[in-house]
Design a protein around this ligand. Structure first.
Ligand SMILES: CC(C)(COP(=O)(O)OP(=O)(O)OC[C@H]1O[C@@H](n2cnc3c(N)ncnc32)[C@H](O)[C@@H]1OP(=O)(O)O)[C@@H](O)C(=O)NCCC(=O)NCCS
Length: 383
């Protein structure tokens, strides 16, 4: 393609630009529908597990019983970290943000991957499982280290979500809570060509290795307009403190043209189906803990934003109620985005592997609007 001579149409934010065909994830933003490989997210949330969804996203179909067992075993076997990675986690600067630690650790552990120099499809599929397995252990291990607690080794007899909560909190979660974390991981496992998946895809298009694509994805997820919103959403609820104060606080915020974290979406113009599931979990947890203050603040925020911004079609996205759920499950606030990352690993890797089936270097253009033909002024003659 030749560069345009007349000012081209610029797609700010790449709105409405398609970069590939996919059979991984379908989002109908008008009707609030989300499918993984053709299956409705609500069915997957009801019947499936994170391990099954990992298989589904990577292999393109649901596993049979034996395949699921073997996917579970493979993930469990890959959860332990190499001693050198543990050493790295222990040497991270005090108070390092866990997202930075995760990004650094993935970059570091690529050097120790047993198939580092093998980029065949089969090796990449195994790496995808290893990366998915180890992200959870990195996040949990760093949490224990920074709190001065004993690091817990992964337990291969537990499901991935349950083991993650156990490694973070130090105790096996109640089965209902373990299931909530499992479903949250299912809900976060993929979401089409979002910013972090695009980040991974740009790196993939240069034929960088799989670990590098995940480092790019983690870096892109960190920002408050993407994964970081999940932490800000809980912060907002904590700041408001009383349900009665929510309406006025939010109206003022909107008057000041500030964005409300956990609301709005580039694709959804109605309720994000994942938000509805997380809202129900947040309600159940508030009820079971006998304290619904945060939940009532959250619903008051929702009512205000949805009412005030009806003409802009702004609704809660998945991050708004997830923070409440993770908080109740005993996860520290600055681990929310890392939990998003470790859940999204199968989606990122599935998209990268799909992109490599028909790879093309991603190389957009920018339209130059600066000066041309300036005369070079020698250093001594400059004012
Ligand atoms: C996610 C997000 C970046 C998508 O935004 P987008 O497609 O770029 O949409 P825009 O930012 O252009 O928003 C369109 C309009 O809705 C408003 N809007 C969007 N999200 C809003 C929010 N969370 N709070 C208040 N107003 C919001 C914008 O101010 C804008 O209004 P304007 O037309 O008067 O300028 C945006 O909704 C946002 O910043 N949300 C908060 C962060 C968040 O929750 N991120 C997680 C996403 S999963």
């Amino acid at each position: 393609m030749k560069a345009a001579l007349d000012a081209p149409e610029i797609h700010r934010g790449l709105d409405d630009v398609y970069v590939k065909e996919t059979s991984i994830c379908f989002i109908d933003g008008e009707r609030g529908r989300l499918l993984y490989r053709g299956y409705d997210i609500r069915d997957l949330a009801r019947h499936s597990s994170f391990e099954e969804v990992v298989f589904l996203l990577l292999q393109g179909r649901l596993p049979n019983r034996a395949e699921l067992e073997s996917a579970r075993a493979e993930l469990a076997a890959a959860r332990p970290l190499a001693p050198s990675v543990l050493k790295l986690l222990r040497s991270m600067p005090e108070h390092a943000p866990p997202m930075d630690v995760l990004r650094t650790a993935v970059s570091y552990m690529s050097g120790f991957d047993p198939e580092r120099d093998d980029s065949t499809q089969a090796a990449n599929m195994r790496k995808a499982l290893r990366i998915t397995a180890q992200l959870a252990t990195i996040v949990a291990t760093y949490e224990r280290i920074r709190k001065g607690q004993r690091v817990l080794r992964p337990d291969p007899t537990l499901g991935h979500a349950e083991d993650f909560v156990r490694m973070v909190t130090g105790k096996r979660p109640d089965p209902t809570w373990a299931r909530m974390m499992d479903v949250a991981m299912v809900l976060y496992a993929d979401h089409g060509m979002n910013a972090s998946t695009f980040g991974a895809t740009v790196a993939a298009s240069t034929r960088a290795d799989l670990h590098s694509t995940i480092v790019a994805a983690i870096a892109t997820l960190k920002g408050p307009l993407h994964g970081g919103a999940i932490e800000d959403a809980l912060g907002l609820v904590e700041t408001i403190r009383r349900p009665e104060a929510a309406r006025e606080f939010i109206v003022n915020k909107l008057r000041n043209k500030e964005k409300v974290p956990g609301f709005g979406h580039r694709v959804y113009k109605t309720y994000d189906p994942r938000a509805l599931i997380m809202k129900e979990y947040a309600r159940q947890l508030a009820e079971s803990k006998g304290d619904d203050t945060y939940f009532r603040i959250a619903t008051a925020i929702e009512e205000t934003v949805v009412g005030e911004l009806a003409s802009k079609r702004i609704f809660p996205n998945v991050d708004f109620y997830s923070g409440l759920v993770f908080h109740r499950l005993g996860i520290s606030t600055d681990l929310f985005t890392p939990v998003f990352a470790l859940s999204r690993a199968p989606g990122w890797t599935a998209h990268v592997l799909e992109y490599w089936e028909d790879n093309r270097l991603l190389r957009p253009l920018d339209w130059y609007v600066g000066p041309k033909d300036l005369a070079y002024v020698p250093l001594d003659e400059r004012a």
